[in-house]
Design a binder for this molecule. Sequence first.
Ligand SMILES: *Cc1c(COP(=O)(O)O)cnc(C)c1O
Length: 388
Amino acid sequence: MNNPIYLDYAATTPMAPEVALAMTECLTLEGDFANPASLQHSFGERAYNLVETARIDIAHILKCKANDLVFTSGATEANNLAIKGLALSAQNKRKHIITSATEHKAVIDTCKYLESVGFKVSYLKPEHNGLINLDKLLAAITTETFLVSLMHVNNETGIIQDIAGIALALQDKELLFHVDAAQSAGKLNIDLSQIPIDLLSISGHKFYGPKGIGCLYIRNRKQQRLMPLMQGGGQEYGLRPGTLPTHQIVGMATAFKLAAHSLDKDNQHTQHLAQLISTQLKQLDGVHFNGDQQQKLASIINVSFDDVGSDSLMINLKDQLAIANGSACNTGTIEASYVLRAMGIEGDRLYGAVRISFGRYSTEKDIQHAGQCLYNEVLRLRQLALEL
Ligand SMILES: *Cc1c(COP(=O)(O)O)cnc(C)c1O
């Protein structure tokens, strides 16, 4: 039997072969395995140079200062460091955060934690299409607000928030703007020299790099005294102690460079695939694409079929397709998606929603086969329900 087709790129992407190769060169005695802080010897110097070159390469793509980047274990940690780090820093005297109800758990649960220690959080409800209304955001700001944290691209729906517009509107306010760009980095251009974002999180494994590595951008890092989440050897300006994982950092930078280089090509490819599968699925009656269909990443499709539960669909197609309902981080619980719920999606459409996400290595043949499988299974399940 053939392997199922992997359609869960929003949960994680397979690593680019070029990235795997670059990483293997930083592991063994023959390679650059040394501790980048061991500057007393040439092994350490070489590792240090690789890490700092990687930092410069990433900064070059984001158009920011290399010194404003702090390596973390991923976007979860970067989000925690940004939000808790600011909230709990000695500089901060204010108590109010604004975020949205459709953020990733790494932001929502960090905010929930801060609420438990006395902070106030406003979770903005998006419009029905998943987009945040700028007037409602501005209306939520008080003299106590020190941070607005919003994601660039939503991991369940692919909805793209207008972070440039929001950043500009917030620019003259006495607060900082954090963006979780885990789903957009490497897929959409982010120009930090033009967009006044103060903090930005990215994650290597969402753009064909390794898992377990990410980074937090902090504009004018030296003036923002974030509280570190850990204490230790003082690496990363004391903001993120721990021996720097050269292979992970080199892997992420290699992947980011590749993604920046093939950004247009990758996007054309996924737009073409999205067109193919949408056309196939639209042949069915009672099919609903969730969220705004214009301001959206093509590579994430969130769709519901009338009278079909996402669980039956996924279980029955398990041998053919690897798709998701809700987000990967919430599996194990049979709860409906809190993201779709916050968008005001209810009933069948909420419980039936599945996420199909694809990318650079997905083929036309895969996508057409997936479309056919879904089409057939939806019809079969509806027929079965009629016969009951
Ligand atoms: C994947 C993801 C995260 C978490 O990133 P990790 O590197 O896996 O910790 C955070 N936010 C969004 C939007 C994501 O898609």
